[in-house]
Design a protein around this ligand. Structure first.
Ligand code: SF4
Length: 251
């Protein structure tokens, strides 16, 4: 990891803390990413290195968790749980579990545009599954909004709640087992593929008249252009794209 702006040792040591993944031992946050991508991240740790200054979000998140842990007076804060699944082990650190209210609480440092409740539900249910046989009735995710001052119409901490349903444990167990046994490359939805499209063009025009259905028959003087969907994650957001064989084979 580089230190382009000569930041003090606190930044450097925090960013360089050893995080060597152990074989067959996976974290809940890894299970939120595609399995194929996690395998490549584990095999190519150097690709995840950047500059210390780029790690500001990780530093903010770590600081918030530490301060809130120190000042929490109910339940169990930063509780680490692991559970064996076949030959693998799933590990999670729960920000707070309150056994009086049967609630898992989680903190996120994020922005108003990145309050991803689908991912939070998966994460919270994996924690609930790890906690079993303890009962979990509710998940509560608290988003500490970095851009709150630009959006004065809401609170600075936005809380999302989910009531755990009767069949959620079977659902999340299937999700965990499927993820752990998966050997396939990322699916279109994991690649954030925006889908194939067809566009109607007037002959000679460079701009499409409008988007159309795949079976559109172009009227006289028009033609239909097919555009293949873009894998947005592969293009811009995947740290291991440069070594991904599946991506190369699709080109
Ligand atoms: S480049 Fe695309 S297919 Fe390859 S690991 Fe990244 S997201 Fe998955």
């Amino acid at each position: 990891m580089t230190n382009r702006y000569n930041l003090p040792s606190g930044f450097v040591n925090l960013c360089n803390a050893p995080r060597t993944p152990m074989p067959h031992r996976y974290s809940v946050t890894e299970l939120l990413k595609p399995r194929w991508m996690v395998n490549l991240m584990r095999a190519n740790p150097r690709l995840l290195d950047g500059d210390v200054s780029d790690q500001v979000l990780m530093i903010l998140g770590t600081a918030v968790h530490k301060v809130l842990e120190e000042h929490t007076s109910e339940g169990f804060a930063e509780r680490k749980i692991e559970r064996v699944v076949g030959e693998d082990t799933l590990v999670g650190v729960i920000d707070l579990y309150n056994p009086d209210t049967y609630t898992i609480e989680d903190y996120k440092v994020t922005t108003t545009r990145h309050t991803g409740t689908d991912e939070w539900r998966l994460q919270g249910l994996m924690y609930a599954w790890l906690l079993r046989p303890e009962y979990v009735d509710r998940l509560r995710f608290h988003a500490i909004l970095r851009d709150w001052t630009y959006h004065h119409d809401g609170p600075a901490v936005w809380t999302w709640e989910y009531k755990v349903m009767a069949d959620d444990m079977a659902y999340i167990e299937a999700y965990i087992k499927t993820w752990l046994s998966n050997t396939e490359p990322c699916t279109p939805s994991e690649r954030w593929n925006d889908g194939d499209t067809w566009w109607l063009y007037k002959d000679g025009n460079v701009r499409a008249t409008h988007q159309c259905a795949s079976d559109t028959v172009a009227p006289k003087g028009y033609h239909v252009v097919y555009r293949v969907g873009v894998d947005k994650r592969c293009e811009r957001w995947c740290p291991v794209a440069s070594v991904c064989k599946a991506k190369r084979e699709r080109l």
